[in-house]
Ligand binder design. Structure first.
Ligand SMILES: NC(=O)C1=CN([C@@H]2O[C@H](COP(=O)(O)OP(=O)(O)OC[C@H]3O[C@@H](n4cnc5c(N)ncnc54)[C@H](O)[C@@H]3O)[C@@H](O)[C@H]2O)C=CC1
Ligand SMILES: O=C(O)C(=O)[C@H](O)COP(=O)(O)O
Length: 375
């Protein structure tokens, strides 16, 4: 069997080598010729999987995307060809949740604000939105959720309308898939009119898809009156609107989901699906592949203050490093993709086992997901 895989997929050889020959290629530039004799195609979000990519292939048995979003997949085309498809729902949700929490802590630090005095509005309350809410709630921040689709279900959480969220939130984080049609389409969900409804100085974080926010409208608003913004995703990736970058406080190249755990789980979920499809029992485990946790002895107050929490978060992942690097490379040809490809995989909070020197457990840190170890 021949497996054509995105080269930016950790542990793919360890997990899939037993199935056959693995050919790892640049996913952004994958051509029809390169996949023409593939039996299995494993992609990430940068590969458009559609008729023009697959028309020459008559033997494809499975397409997998090691991502949460599937907007790069032509589902109707795969369906019409009867090619099984799987993605990896939720695989990097914790990573996105922790990225956004870190970003909000950085904004709070920069603007001398207390995050716990803010109301954070989360638009889209699925896996990634819930992961953000989990971190914020653990830290005692008030959260508003807007998700008109979940609001129509048995979901017991309380939901607000988009208009209410825009009117009340001091910070907004976006966690919707990109969609272009229907009552709840998210393309330019925040357009000039919606951006105008935000409270003055409301913070904005986007780690969903770039075109959920009209980037030209955002640029115009920032030029008229700067306000705190963190963007991980951009319209027109891999070429973000160059003028927008200097006006935002935190700028990164679509790496919110790039924890080692999140990326590895994406690959692993596809491994499980292929095993099921081929009716073989999985023989590999993810925990075997991941490196050991870090141990850190700390002396912490029972309730760390914001500065102490930020220090801890920066210890595991210092968002400012990615921000600094991004500003240097975003206008260089292939800079965006090369930074992603060479991204040093960060670990999630759970990889940091905290041994509190006074022997006590710090409740909010356990709730944030840090491994609490007491003596
Ligand atoms: N920056 C990054 O690295 C990453 C970005 N993403 C993006 O984040 C998106 C969301 O991921 P998940 O939370 O895991 O997906 P999910 O499917 O678990 O949740 C999305 C939620 O958005 C809601 N929604 C849809 N339209 C809406 C609207 N108009 N207003 C409010 N809510 C709406 C849905 O009802 C659903 O509950 C993905 O589709 C992907 O595009 C995901 C992972 C990493
Ligand atoms: O999972 C998703 O959805 C994402 O946005 C991915 O984390 C993005 O990473 P790549 O698939 O582009 O490597």
């Amino acid at each position: 069997m021949k497996l054509v895989v995105d080269e930016n997929m950790p542990f793919v050889r360890e997990l899939f080598a037993d199935f056959g020959e693995i050919v790892a290629l640049n996913g952004r530039h994958l051509s029809a010729a390169q996949v023409s004799d593939a039996d299995v195609l494993l992609v990430r979000s940068v590969t458009q999987v559609n008729q023009s990519l697959l028309a020459n292939n008559t033997q494809l048995k499975f397409v997998g995307s090691a991502t949460i979003g599937t907007d790069h997949i032509d589902h109707a085309y795969l369906g019409s060809r009867g090619i099984p498809f799987a993605s990896a729902p939720g695989c990097n949700a914790t990573s996105v949740g922790e990225y956004v929490f870190n970003a909000l802590l950085e904004l709070a630090d920069k603007y001398h604000a207390d995050l716990r005095q803010k109301t954070v509005g989360i638009i889209g309350a699925g896996n990634t939105g819930s992961a953000v809410a989990k971190c914020l709630t653990a830290w005692g921040v008030k959260v508003l959720l807007c998700d008109p689709l979940l609001a129509q279900t048995e979901d017991p959480r309380e939901f607000v309308t988009l208009e209410q969220l825009l009117a009340e939130a001091d910070a907004i984080s976006l966690h919707v898939p990109i969609s272009h049609q229907g009552e709840h389409a998210t393309y330019h969900l925040l357009d000039a009119d919606k951006l105008a409804l935000m409270k003055p100085d409301c913070w904005l974080v986007n780690a969903s898809r770039g075109d959920v926010v009209d980037n030209h409208a955002l640029l115009a608003k920032l030029r008229a009156q700067p306000f705190p913004v963190a963007l991980d995703v951009w319209e027109g990736e891999p070429k973000p609107l160059a003028e927008l970058v200097p006006l935002v406080d935190i700028a990164t190249p679509h790496i919110a989901g790039y924890s080692l755990e999140g990326k590895a789980l994406g690959t692993y979920m596809l491994y499980q699906t292929l095993c099921e499809l081929l009716q073989v029992s999985p023989t590999k485990s993810l925990t075997e592949l991941l490196p050991v946790n870090w141990y850190q002895t700390l002396t912490l107050n029972q309730t760390p203050d914001q500065a102490e929490l930020l220090r801890l978060c920066r210890f595991i992942y210092d968002l400012r490093d990615d921000d600094r690097q991004f500003r240097k490379i975003h206008q260089i040809p292939d800079g965006f993709d090369n930074m992603r490809k060479n991204h040093r995989h960060r670990r999630e909070f759970s990889a940091l086992a905290l041994v509190n020197a006074d022997g006590s457990e710090v409740d909010c840190l356990s709730k944030l997901g840090f491994s609490g170890v007491t003596r």
